[in-house]
Design a protein around this ligand. Structure first.
Ligand code: MG
Length: 167
């Protein structure tokens, strides 16, 4: 499909496509690499949420840690790396829970969900450092409190609300 925009985070394609019913439609598609979404669970059952500024909606949000899979990296390794970068803790248990598309109406972004636990301090010589362009503040909350934050509108991120139903 012809590319009309190509940026750092995604590209946009526009093309005329034949649908199964025989009709033609001009379609606009956002191509976005797959991401991992983490549910970090501490020994006491609390989960780690991170607060970050989201420029697209011009506000702070509370979310579960998430991030892109880097070229040449497998999803499990990305889950370990993102956990350390965003929460400062290394998961020794990594469980893949499943994968779902975030917004198939216009975007091919696949989200791969993980429960990560047995969280420990990183080794002193760890190569992973906090992301420079992400201002992130972690917070531990119980699952009940996190779900109440969704109902009260304090969590507005859909992948986070969904992930809290998986554990
Ligand atoms: Mg991130």
């Amino acid at each position: 499909m012809p590319i009309v925009f190509s940026g750092r985070a995604f590209r946009v394609e526009v093309a005329t496509r034949h649908y199964p019913d025989g009709r033609e439609h001009e379609v606009e598609v956002v191509r976005h690499p797959a991401v991992v979404v983490l549910i970090p669970v501490e020994a006491d059952g609390r989960v780690v949420l991170v607060k970050q500024y989201r420029a697209a909606i011009e506000r702070d949000t509370w979310e579960l840690p998430a991030g892109g899979i880097e070229p040449g990296e497998d999803a499990d390794s990305a889950a370990r790396r993102e956990c350390e970068e965003e929460t400062g803790r290394v998961p020794h248990t990594v469980e893949r829970l499943g994968e779902w598309y975030s917004t198939p109406g216009f975007c091919d972004e696949l989200m791969i969900f993980y429960r990560v636990s047995d969280l420990r301090e990183p080794p002193a010589d760890s190569p992973h450092q906090p992301d420079q362009d992400e201002l992130i503040e972690p917070r531990l909350v119980s699952l009940d409190d996190a779900r109440a934050m969704v109902r009260r509108g304090e969590i507005v991120d859909l992948k986070t609300a969904f992930a809290l139903t998986l554990v």
